[in-house]
Design a protein around this ligand. Structure first.
Ligand SMILES: NC(=O)c1ccc[n+]([C@@H]2O[C@H](COP(=O)([O-])OP(=O)(O)OC[C@H]3O[C@@H](n4cnc5c(N)ncnc54)[C@H](O)[C@@H]3O)[C@@H](O)[C@H]2O)c1
Length: 241
């Protein structure tokens, strides 16, 4: 019960990696606040785990601030995110760029800004950002998603550096190809997929969301007390290629 007594907020909690995090953290004894924009899919996750469900759109500042307006948060997991259909930059519309940036970057920014004063006042805390293999190279997704995850890695390192002396740790995980609904929510861009397809053979067998949650549980626990500003790949070796 390594997370006993910890109050943990997880965004994107209704599906995939976020759902697996909620299950794992609750099993480890944490009090979990499960936040997602999809109320319908969030309800069963809460019922199954005992987590508190909060409907929240991370791209909306007021919604994020309402989520985090609570007496204590020990751990914030900025996990909600969307893919960009593998769209190459020349074909990225303003709308797609804004949508990906607003959920994948603005969301973690709003949440982290809201939670930092609370963590400072309470004497410390932990922030974990779900980046991606696309935070480390250019050929894992489209332009908007790649830029967003690189930005989130920058946020991770900046927060880690600036707030280490306040007993706040901020790390990132970089999942590879994980079996979740993310890949099937939208049809991929034809040209983007054509570029990507020859490299399918380099992708290791898809991982389980629970395997990512296991690593997240380690990084937010006291076992990782001196890990700060790190990005940890959970990709079956994809990044080694
Ligand atoms: N699945 C993968 O292969 C993979 C690889 C690398 C990184 N990731 C990252 O992992 C994270 C989780 O993705 P997943 O694979 O579990 O996908 P998923 O689509 O299964 O789950 C994402 C969840 O985020 C929620 N969400 C979307 N927009 C939201 C918003 N505006 N506010 C609040 N919640 C919102 C969705 O409702 C959904 O429940 C994302 O940040 C994604 O970029 C996934």
């Amino acid at each position: 019960m390594k997370l006993q007594g910890k109050v943990i907020v997880v965004t994107g909690a209704a599906s995939g990696i976020g759902r697996a995090m909620v299950k794992r953290f609750a099993a480890d004894g944490a009090t979990v606040i499960a936040a997602d924009v999809d109320a319908e899919r969030l309800a069963p996750v809460a019922a199954e785990t005992g987590a508190e469900p909060v409907v929240c759109d991370v791209s909306d500042r007021a919604s994020v601030e309402a989520l985090l307006n609570r007496p204590r948060v020990d751990v914030l997991c900025n996990n909600a995110g969307i893919l960009d259909a593998l769209t190459p930059l020349a074909d990225v519309s303003d709308e797609l760029w804004r949508r990906v940036m607003s959920i994948n970057v603005d969301g973690p920014f709003y949440a982290t800004r809201a939670v930092l004063p609370m963590m400072i006042a309470q004497g410390g805390g932990v922030i974990l950002n779900t980046c991606s293999a696309a935070a480390l190279s250019g050929g894992r997704a489209g332009a908007a998603y790649t830029a967003a995850k690189h930005a989130l890695l920058g946020v991770t390192r900046s927060v880690a550096w600036y707030y280490a002396d306040q007993n706040i740790r901020c790390n990132a995980i970089a999942p590879g190809a994980i079996s979740t609904k993310m890949h099937t929510r939208e049809a991929p861009h034809e040209g983007g997929m054509a570029k990507y397809a020859p490299y399918f053979a380099t992708v290791p067998p898809h991982g389980k969301a629970s395997a990512v949650a296991d690593v997240a549980a380690f990084l937010i626990s006291d076992d990782a007390s001196y890990v700060n500003g790190e990005i940890l790949s959970v990709d079956g070796g994809w990044n080694a290629f």
